[in-house]
Design a protein around this ligand. Structure first.
Ligand SMILES: [Zn+2]
Length: 236
């Protein structure tokens, strides 16, 4: 015995709804991919900003150290001038010790300045590389994004067509049956209308009382499964 025409119309509708879900899921998967591209770019931008800040701090220290060296040199020059005017041997020895000390300090600071300068140059090179990598990433992401947007537009169109198709088929289903179907469909997207398998629901194997089963076979009515809540119809 073929299924009741109302049930056949409902099954036809369910097939279309399944297609709508497939396309909607594909559409739903696009958003996180677009977000992932954005997140990747943001991470790179933040890393670049941190590298720039670190380089700027280093440059600041570099300038400060150079300024201190310049000050030491001035003091050194004044001391040198002063030394020439000292006649007292003991005072002269003390002044020379002092000058030797500050000369060593200046030499040490200059070594630090050189090291810092090399480090800054390295940092700047690394920043330039990062800037270039970021630009490449931005270009690459723009392409990927455009491709994803094109997919989205295509899927939007497919969803619209699929929804229009299912709406047309829904007209063939009696209103009360359709509203039961839609209510159940809102809860469980995958299976809404399923066939009886022997005396049981083919979705959850819960057995349906014989009386209700006979009524279904005779009239083509559908029943809600007490086990899993789907709409049951008699297929045989
Ligand atoms: Zn069931």
């Amino acid at each position: 015995m073929p299924v009741h025409p109302d049930v056949a119309a409902l099954l036809d509708l369910q097939t279309d709804d399944a297609e709508v879900y497939v396309v909607e899921r594909q559409l739903g998967e696009l958003a996180p991919r677009i977000q992932a591209l954005e997140a990747e770019r943001e991470r790179e931008e933040q890393a670049l900003a941190r590298a720039r800040e670190a380089a700027e701090r280093e440059e600041q220290r570099h300038r400060e150290l150079k300024a201190r060296i310049a000050e030491h040199r001035e003091v050194q020059e004044r001391n040198q001038a002063h030394l020439d005017s000292i006649a007292n041997m003991k005072q002269a020895t003390a002044a020379m010790t002092q000058m030797e000390h500050s000369r060593r300090m200046i030499a040490e600071a200059e070594r630090d300045v050189d090291i810092m300068g090399r480090r800054i140059a390295e940092q700047r090179r690394a920043i330039e590389e990062r800037e270039q990598a970021l630009q490449e990433l931005i270009d690459r992401n723009a392409e990927a994004r455009a491709a994803l947007e094109a997919q989205r537009t295509a899927l939007d169109g497919k969803v619209r067509d699929a929804v229009a198709g299912r709406d047309a088929k829904a007209k063939a289903v009696p209103r009360s049956l359709l509203s039961r179907y839609d209510r159940i469909r809102a809860r469980k997207q995958e299976k809404t209308v399923v066939a009886l398998r022997g005396p049981s629901c083919s979705n959850c194997d819960t057995m349906l009382p014989l009386q209700r089963r006979s009524a279904m076979v005779g009239s083509g009515t559908v029943e809600v499964c007490e086990g899993c809540g789907v709409l049951l119809y008699a297929a045989e």
